[in-house]
Design a protein around this ligand. Sequence first.
Ligand SMILES: O=C(O)CCC(=O)C(=O)O
Length: 285
Amino acid sequence: MIDSLTLAQIELFERDGFLVVEEGLVPERALGLLRERYVPLFDGEYETGIRPDEVNWVPGRDPEDRTRQLCNAWKSDPVVAAQVLSERTGRLAALLAGYSGVRILQDNVLWKPPGTKAIGFHQDSSYADYLVPSEMITCWISLHETQADAGPIEFVRGSHTWPKSPPARSEFHAPDDWLAGPRAAAPEGLELDTVPVVVKPGGGSFHHGLTWHGSAPNFSGAVARMALVSHFIPVETRFHETNVDVTYSRYRRRGDLSLDESFFPVVWTESGYRTPWLAALPVLD
Ligand SMILES: O=C(O)CCC(=O)C(=O)O
């Protein structure tokens, strides 16, 4: 298991806006346990009895050629929670971002069978204007070996230095031109340098909140891929006074802009503090 990062890896992250880690982000034993959760979760069977905050694909309701996505499945499933809220992942993300601590903002459960369409390229921080500061760092973990033609996450190298573009919600799921966003945002004359994340099961990547990323269709014909994502925010993040998010601002208390640790738990801090209820999650190591 990866427990720390080298100075060279931190410098790569700062230069490119992402870091690929070939393996060792998920304990071996957890890979099978996590993969087993995907079918019941997408079938709407929730171990805790609680639905994820967003259910973006339902069998029978939605086309088979869509990438399947849930947001905040940690609220529905303790095994998913144990991974996306893991102290180790939070610590590595904080180290790269230079944060003194991180909370989870949101997880994503992503399942991309052969033949499924793209996820439009976007910047994660574009969706965080209801927070102060409106930024994040993301850890993307693959539960399968990935290959370049099976729709792995891809990054536009160096795009974390470009300005924040507005969110493009309608072009997020299954766009025909998944690179339209970064092409429009790129400095005049710059050719996009896209890098697919090709890793072993349990490998993955970290990316800056401004880095343009997404995934092409799964053209492989045979290879599925499942990914698990943690979007982390600085521990001191608060709600914005006036900007709201259609889903997540429901967790804002009246007259109080602080983030409640029941919904945005503190995963790691340099002082050693971690939200106490996380100690009750299953141990995956
Ligand atoms: O896995 C994908 O296709 C996209 C994931 C993504 O957008 C993210 O991790 O922020």
